[in-house]
Design a protein around this ligand. Structure first.
Ligand SMILES: NC(=O)c1ccc[n+]([C@@H]2O[C@H](COP(=O)([O-])OP(=O)(O)OC[C@H]3O[C@@H](n4cnc5c(N)ncnc54)[C@H](OP(=O)(O)O)[C@@H]3O)[C@@H](O)[C@H]2O)c1
Length: 353
């Protein structure tokens, strides 16, 4: 018989939560048990996610206490979290305490920033708020499944969308000792990267047909990437990151540039990247610069590279909501649950979005 775990999604009506719901509905070993909403408990999921209606049947959002009250119904639950940073840790803590009281096992993956840091002080200084669950933090670690061996902790904090794109490109360069000095990154994200609630800068007339940098060199994901790169490679990373808003709904295109430590031919670099990710089912190294259209809606990342003289450029594309959030988190959940990492995640891209 196929093993099945009931799944709880936190962050109810958000874009990442919607992607968790979509992926869980197509996952052979996860069963959508509860989608927790702080604003829409009792209302049908299909009203918020009409594109999922055909697969959703009668599902309604629930509040956290209802999800907690149902924990006795199964011995082992998968919990995936798409709540905002700051709120995520407290909700996961409430679930963890209730599960411990009932002798129920949880496997939790958080897509927020709450469990991405090795130190609580670092989280608190970057996000300017106290951590929501200091006691739970030791049970979490962070990193990409492509860069972490096995299951270091029972639960995982997923690195996030920009960080996923940057780390996929940077870590192999560090491992091969190719970087001389800072890595300069210009990365462009689609509008879903800012979440469901519209702001003046994400309003359609402002965002459509537009292209703009924001928080240049000061984005709070920079220290996350520097910390996670050091964790993966043991090497210090100096990052100069300029994020941009692009006029599309989903996808991230990251261009990484650095000086080469030692000469390398472009063909050899591409070969080394291919070898580095040979066992990584979701990373595809291409001979020509990758396109976001080829990964949007999927858990795949595509990357390529160019070398000219002493300059090295790496391009990485991902879907911010899938590989950068819900899909990457389910990839981790698969590993933590002892499933093949690819389970439920191998659908190819639409191509023409
Ligand atoms: N968007 C991306 O590309 C992306 C990529 C990587 C990681 N992430 C992370 O994933 C999480 C969700 O991102 P998102 O883009 O889906 O955001 P979003 O569209 O703004 O959704 C977040 C949802 O969380 C719930 N929520 C809001 N305030 C809350 C609170 N105080 N306590 C508990 N729940 C609250 C709301 O749903 P209810 O009203 O139904 O509760 C809201 O719809 C964030 O932590 C974000 O940093 C996002």
């Amino acid at each position: 018989m196929t093993a099945r775990w009931p799944a709880i999604v936190l962050g109810g009506t958000g874009y990442v939560a919607g992607e968790f719901v979509r992926l869980i509905l197509g996952h052979p070993n996860l069963e959508l048990a509860a989608v927790v909403s702080t604003s829409e408990a009792g209302s049908p999921l299909a009203a918020t996610f009409p594109h999922l209606e055909a697969a959703l049947a009668e599902h309604t959002f629930v509040d956290l206490s209802t999800a907690i009250g149902n924990l006795d119904q199964a011995p082992h639950w998968c919990v995936v979290c798409a709540a905002p940073h700051g709120a995520a840790a407290g909700m996961l803590n409430d679930l963890a305490n209730a599960a411990a009281d009932r002798n129920v096992k949880l496997t939790m993956v958080d897509a927020s920033a709450d469990f991405r840091f090795a130190s609580l002080d670092e989280f608190e200084s970057i996000y300017a708020q106290p951590h929501g669950a200091p006691a739970l933090a030791t049970q979490f670690s962070s990193g990409l499944p492509e860069h972490v061996v096995g299951t270091p902790t029972p639960h995982i904090g997923h690195p996030g969308c920009f960080a996923t794109a940057m780390l996929l490109g940077i870590v192999p360069l560090q491992q091969h000792d190719l970087i001389d000095g800072p890595v300069f990154v210009a990365a462009v994200t689609g509008s879903t990267g800012s979440g469901r609630v519209a702001k003046p800068t994400t309003h359609h007339p402002e965002r459509n047909s537009n292209f703009v940098a924001y928080n240049p060199l000061r984005h709070r994901h920079s220290p996350e990437v520097e910390g996670l790169a050091q964790l993966a490679t043991g090497k210090r990373l100096e990052l100069a990151f300029v994020p941009h808003s692009g006029p599309f709904a989903r996808g991230i295109h990251a261009t990484l540039q650095t000086k080469l430590n030692a000469p390398i031919a472009q063909e050899l670099l591409l070969q080394q990247l291919g070898e580095f990710y040979a066992e990584a089912p979701f990373v595809q190294v291409t001979q020509t610069p990758p396109r976001i259209k080829d990964v949007v809606g999927t858990n795949y990342a595509r990357m390529s590279a160019a070398v000219e003289g002493s300059t090295l450029t790496v391009f990485v594309v991902i879907d911010n909501l899938v590989k950068g959030a819900a899909g990457g988190s389910i990839q981790w959940a698969n590993r933590l649950l002892g499933l093949a990492e690819t389970t439920g995640l191998t659908s190819p891209a639409l191509g023409w979005t």
